[in-house]
Design a protein around this ligand. Structure first.
Ligand code: ADP
Ligand code: GN1
Ligand code: MG
Length: 367
């Protein structure tokens, strides 16, 4: 792998020899490698990623978004006395001055500094950590509150449009390309019986209760890096889906991934339960981090955002299962179906506890 990586690296504005190149992290989308480059002044660590072209139809536009947002964040971080090399991503330019390199096969590569002494987690290790991720994601929205949203490209059209996700599921059901439909009728019914619910956020937006803001749109715990020494949250990563969206979806996506007793792909559903005390911690942290930036309508919709993102993600996993596992990276037979069932178990738990979830938001919304 080292020679292949060296050939890619030679096109970026870095000098030196690649001495390590390993697959890295547990993201479902991009092909991520940890790379060490040595030269006369020492060695430095990087993350090299091949952008998933199946998912992102225009990687150049995606990189324009990332450069615009990280340039903006650099200024904000500097102004508050922080270290932009560690607290946001830095896209290293190619020899042509662009933010990603297109290889002879038409693959898109980007190179960023590896944030040293950092860690990401697939599961909450302690409650304090989840609280810190909540403050970080809430604050991320706050820091971008004046960012000119109009410059952002929509990197995935209708990304968190839940009714459209149901439309895609119906299409996959009709095609049934792998002949898997007969084994997932109950899961499909689970989704279709919630069609009315699926339109809740879109309706709230039309009624003026839910504004479009600059949001991250993929706020799972492993998209925040923590300082390996202090345990503090350090840097929000995976900026591929920064687009105008609803704040409650950023809240909700973190809840579906973190406020649970199991990993996202746990197949034994008796181990998968919604953890309302982690939910409470996240509510507190997110509202604090947002620094007064959430309107009454947004606060009211936070619990719905949690159920919506869990429901939508389950629907997406189910659609991908029916379509032959072409979107999310899988590593075992039935992986996407396990993920879908896992998410639907959480939806059922949350639906039962909706009034408690609302009560918790009210508790922390009091000015
Ligand atoms: P994906 O879209 O596939 O999830 P990510 O950009 O989230 O790709 O990267 C996958 C993983 O690689 C992250 O969860 C994180 O563990 C690690 N990672 C990505 N960028 C960095 C970085 N700059 N420094 C340290 N680790 C990183
Ligand atoms: C993907 O890229 P990653 O692994 O952080 C997906 C999210 C899903 C998540 C489910 C661009 O996130 O939308 O919620 O998997 N990202 C994209 O784990 O589709
Ligand atoms: Mg990721």
């Amino acid at each position: 792998m080292i020679e292949q990586v060296q050939r890619v690296i030679d096109n970026f504005q870095v000098t030196g020899k690649v001495t390590r190149a390993e697959r890295y992290g547990s993201g479902h989308i991009n092909d991520t490698r940890y790379v060490v480059i040595e030269n006369d002044s020492g060695s430095r660590d990087y993350i090299l990623q091949r952008i998933n072209k199946n998912v992102f139809k225009d990687p150049m536009q995606l990189m324009e978004n990332i450069v615009a947002v990280t340039d903006y964040l650099r200024e904000v971080i500097l102004a508050r006395g922080g270290d932009p090399d560690r607290e946001t991503l830095t896209a290293i330019r190619t020899n042509n001055g662009t933010a990603c390199y297109i290889d002879p096969d038409g693959e898109y590569w980007r190179l960023v500094y590896f944030i040293t002494d950092s860690q990401s987690f697939d599961k909450v290790e302690n409650p304090e950590q989840f609280y810190r991720s909540a403050v970080a994601f809430g604050n991320f929205q706050y820091l971008l509150r004046d960012f000119p949203a109009a410059v952002l490209h929509e990197t995935i059209v209708n990304f968190h449009n839940t009714p459209d996700r149901i439309r895609q599921l119906r299409e996959a059901v009709e095609r049934d390309v792998c002949g898997r439909l007969s084994s997932v009728r109950a899961e499909v019914d689970f989704v279709l019986s919630r069609e009315e619910f699926a339109g809740t956020l879109e309706r709230a937006h039309k009624e003026g209760k839910l504004p479009l803001k600059v949001t991250h749109n993929d706020t799972k715990l492993n998209n925040v890096l923590f300082d390996a020494i202090s345990g503090d949250s350090l840097c929000i990563i995976d900026l591929d889906t920064i687009m105008p969206g609803y704040s409650v979806n950023d809240f909700g996506d973190s809840i579906r991934f973190g406020a649970t007793t199991a990993l996202e792909d746990e197949a034994d559903l008796s181990k998968v339960n919604f953890d309302i005390s982690l939910y409470e911690l996240y509510v507190r942290g997110f509202i604090e981090g947002a620094n007064g930036g959430l309107s009454e309508g947004e606060l009211e919709m936070l619990p719905i955002g949690a159920i919506m993102m869990t429901f939508e993600c389950g629907t997406r996993f189910l659609t991908d299962y029916l379509s032959g596992d072409t979107y999310f990276r899988t590593s075992r037979e039935g992986h996407n179906l396990d993920r879908a069932r896992n998410q639907f178990k959480l939806v059922t738990d949350m639906e039962k506890r909706l009034s408690e979830m609302r009560e918790i938001v009210r508790k922390y919304s009091v000015k």
